[in-house]
Ligand binder design. Sequence first.
Ligand SMILES: [Zn+2]
Length: 203
Amino acid sequence: MMDAAALAFPWHGGRLSVNFTATLGKRGGARFERLREPADLARWFHEAGMVAHLLDVSAENLTEAQQLREALYDAFTAPGCELDVLNHWATQPAPAGRLEWTAGRITLQPPQTDVPGLLSVLARDGATLVSGPLADRIRECGREDCWLLFVDESRAGNRRWCSMETCGARTKMARYRAPATSPEAVPPGTSSRRASSEQVGQR
Ligand SMILES: [Zn+2]
């Protein structure tokens, strides 16, 4: 039985498409699915701010979303991977939000859309990321048993953890407790591409 904390969606990735890959937990270890039923996907879209209300999600929607998620993960981490699934969704019509006046300010309202429209938005976000200047900044968390991806937008390009508050703090604490037995597991600047190519056999 997974506890509720493990099933909560992580939001450390810095991009929608990267956060979406985090809906599969512990990728390099005891993998677990955070999108266990269609309602979980509806909740993810809502928590991500992509829709104002919970959408109706079908079992087919969920399967397609999981396929897109894995295609995104591959595009972020596996050089030479298949791009067909990502291309399929990235070339679908994407819904756009509407501008409205709200209390004297212009605000962007989430689009009225369905699940395929949202998958298209996710795919385009990923496609822009992997083909743009931040492609080399997609990294895997440096904590040994985390495996979350994030986009390193730090000026120096040396961000190591998905979250300073969780993985960063825990790693530092472990090193402090046992300084002689905790060598640096991942040198600063190690890219997720290199890390993941070493893990290809496990994935
Ligand atoms: Zn982490």
